[in-house]
Design a protein around this ligand. Structure first.
Ligand code: NIG
Ligand code: FE
Length: 403
């Protein structure tokens, strides 16, 4: 007879399993959890005989995999509301960056902040995500841009995981922009990252992946390639901010290095999409940045669909281009701005987001063996998770470690 830690009954379930039709709906379902993993899931009528340490009827509420925000920069100092006002008056993101603002203004504020100050500012941001059903969050560095401050950011990100109970995946984004000490010497800065910072980060296991910003205002494709070779040699997977403001061949570059994902992609060509399809890279779409920057060129969603590139959606929470701590908001924006279906938006913040973090074997769907991070919702149908804006609908969030 099966022994479970927790048995959930009287549920409606959206498994989001890749081989199930639509949402993978099971009505009148039960779900059993043992040792933090899903031990059984299916129609309640088929539940095998077993005993559970505790049983909970969810009285017809919907269960989905807990949400996953697979692209954020939520550890940072200061804010950029003033730049937002400038941009509303017609000054472009590139103009602000070229005048020493933009990412560099957040670098100044982040360097000036202590680790505790950064932690205190970031904790409410992860708590806001947790309150809307997010159990896994990726957090990038990239506002330190020197050894000491990049390490500080990654350590703060790790601490956020310990205090919030969420899974935090950290990404080294030291190649976010060229720091002032290396003005006009981007190659020398890449040398520092490859020779010193990256090996240190790898040895201390402070990052789960390496990211870069491939753009005219940041790093060229050959510079990113050099960084990625070092990352891969050190056993770290890569991902890329690709083709956000121009087609710099970012998607092809990411594919060449078997990146987990290429992110943004507004200007990605069909060659880039084909390369991603071949490499199995996930397309991470960031509608918050598209909206905030007043972009008009959409990512190539139809081509991504045609070539069956998995599409994830993330908040991109950052002070410059996506000032939001809501993944639900990003889902709504992705549907309206990029014409993703509500199903694509939910799959994009569960199953495909897990894939984008290299965690697909462990989470992102409700299937036997998967981690029991489970969201319980007050909704009539999962399409409502994309439809409602800024509306709390989470009834409960079960985190595997606390069951
Ligand atoms: O994802 N594109 C580069 N990085 C961030 C923005 C960072 C910033 O402006 O502070 C992004 O949009
Ligand atoms: Fe980003």
């Amino acid at each position: 007879m099966a022994q479970w830690d927790l048995l959930l009954t009287d549920a409606r379930v959206a498994t989001l399993a890749a081989d199930a039709p639509d949402y993978g709906e099971i009505s009148e379902a039960a779900l059993a959890i043992s040792d933090g993993s899903i031990a059984w899931i299916g129609p309640q009528a088929d539940l095998p005989t077993g005993s559970a340490a505790s049983t909970r009827s969810v009285a017809g509420q919907w269960l989905t995999p807990a949400l996953i925000d697979c692209h954020t920069h939520l550890v940072f100092g200061g804010d950029r509301a003033q730049e937002f006002e400038q941009r509303l008056q017609g000054v472009s993101y590139e103009e602000i960056a070229n005048a020493g603002g933009g990412i560099l203004s957040t670098v100044r504020a982040t360097r000036a902040a202590s680790a505790d100050e950064l932690f205190d500012a970031a904790l409410p941001r992860v708590q806001a995500l947790l309150a809307e059903g997010v159990a896994t969050v990726e957090i990038k560095s990239g506002y330190g841009l020197d050894v000491e401050n990049e390490l500080k950011m990654l350590e703060v990100a790790r601490r956020l995981g310990e205090s919030s109970g969420m899974t935090i995946r950290t990404t080294l984004l030291a190649a976010h922009t060229v720091p002032p000490e290396f003005e006009h010497q981007a190659d020398k800065y890449i040398d520092l990252i490859c020779g010193e910072l990256l090996p240190d980060v790898a040895e201390r296991k402070l990052a789960d992946a390496v990211d870069a910003y491939c753009e005219t205002i940041a790093f060229s494709a050959p510079q990113v390639a050099r960084l990625f070779r070092t990352a891969v040699d050190l056993g770290l997977p890569v991902k890329l901010h690709a083709d956000q403001l121009s087609d710099g061949g970012g998607a092809e570059l990411a594919a060449h290095f078997n990146a987990l994902s290429a992110d943004h992609l507004e200007y990605t060509s069909s060659t880039g999409v084909n390369a991603m399809a071949k490499a199995g890279a996930v397309a991470v779409l960031l509608p918050g940045a598209y909206l905030t920057l007043g972009e008009t060129q959409r990512p190539p969603v139809d081509a991504l669909r045609e070539r069956k590139v998995p599409i994830a959606v993330a908040s991109d929470c950052n002070p410059g281009t996506s000032p939001t701590c809501s993944l639900r908001n990003a889902m709504m924006l992705a549907s309206r701005l990029f014409a993703l279906t509500p199903l694509e938006c939910l799959a994009g913040t569960t199953r495909e987001a897990a894939l984008a973090l290299g965690l697909a074997d462990d989470r992102g769907t409700l299937e036997v063996g998967k981690r029991a991070d489970i969201a319980i919702w007050n909704i009539g149908h999962p399409r409502e998770l994309t439809y409602w804006m800024g509306t709390p609908q989470l009834a409960d969030l079960l985190l595997a470690d606390t069951i």
